[in-house]
Write a protein that binds this ligand. Structure first.
Ligand code: MF3
Ligand code: CO
Ligand code: CO
Length: 269
């Protein structure tokens, strides 16, 4: 057993200070790709073309896509438009004015996984969609602010749920964040709802994602016949933001911060 094999009683891996360097590099590349794809999102564009550009960008960074070949998935991104909650498959369908979309990219660099997603808009952002995106974005940061040693995963979920429901929107229960590091998905499941003080206790050296999905309507989802695409049952709009983070001695490090400060879709274009 080496220091790299430290596991908590909940089976959550604890990483070492030098591992934060690897994660920061993988996270930076994933976030840079999301910055650079912004100019490829416009009315009339297809999500398939956006994905082809992402595939080339992953390659240009000397990275590997974590999603190509993952459980049979064949694309370098998931692109989830309007009422698609997550795992939208890039296609030849064209974006229409006012469409909102989440683009989710995971890359592997030197064996480390960087996983991040954010929202984009084609054309003019509608008022309801803008509110949904703002609340979803801010809910992620409410969750991140709860990250420090001694707090619990329930504290993170509670902070997100309380904020979202306070704005009369709903948190999706059917998908969660996840531990990661040198694998894509590891313990724990990071729920975006919960009760304070419940769940595993956070410790320095944990790596995981927080990736709340928020619906304007009800929280229930269903999977389409393609066995991937998750949509809201009531067809209401859904949004999501995702960061990969590490727990530090006194808080957190966000590995997937936007180098161009473009994480929020209302940045000046
Ligand atoms: N990146 C997604 C996540 O946040 C997982 C996508 S898996 C895929 O966990 F196969 F659908 F790409
Ligand atoms: Co993820
Ligand atoms: Co992701």
């Amino acid at each position: 057993m080496t220091a790299a094999d430290r596991l908590t009683k909940d089976g959550i891996r604890l990483f070492n200070p030098e591992d934060f360097v690897g994660m920061a590099e993988a996270g930076r590349v994933a976030a840079t790709i999301l910055d650079d794809i912004a100019s490829h999102v416009f009315v009339g564009q297809t999500t398939g073309e956006i994905d082809r550009v992402i595939t080339k960008m992953v390659d240009a960074h000397g990275a590997k896509s974590a999603t190509i070949g993952y459980k049979g998935y064949q694309h370098a991104s998931c692109i989830s438009v309007n009422h698609v909650v997550c795992h939208g498959i890039p296609s030849d369908k064209r974006l229409k004015d006012g469409d909102i979309l989440n683009i989710d990219v995971t890359v592997i660099i030197d064996g480390w996984y960087g996983d991040t997603s954010r929202m984009y808009v084609a054309g003019k952002l509608g008022r309801k969609a803008e509110r949904l995106i703002q609340v979803t974005h801010d809910s992620l940061f409410k969750g991140i602010e709860a990250v420090k040693p001694g707090n619990t995963f329930g504290d993170i979920g509670h902070a997100i749920q309380r904020f979202v429901e306070g704005h009369r929107m709903s948190v999706v229960r059917d998908f969660c964040g996840h531990g990661l590091g040198r694998v894509f998905h590891a313990p724990p499941n990071v729920l975006h709802y919960g009760r304070p003080g419940t769940g595993p206790v956070l410790e320095e050296g944990m790596f995981f994602t927080i990736e709340p999905m928020v619906n304007l309507g009800r929280p229930e989802t269903k999977i389409l016949a393609d066995d991937w695409t998750a949509v809201t049952r009531d067809k209401s709009l859904s949004a999501q933001f995702e960061h990969t983070i590490g727990v530090t001695a006194d808080g957190f490090e966000i590995f997937t911060l936007s180098p161009g400060d473009k994480f929020h879709p209302t940045y000046a274009t």
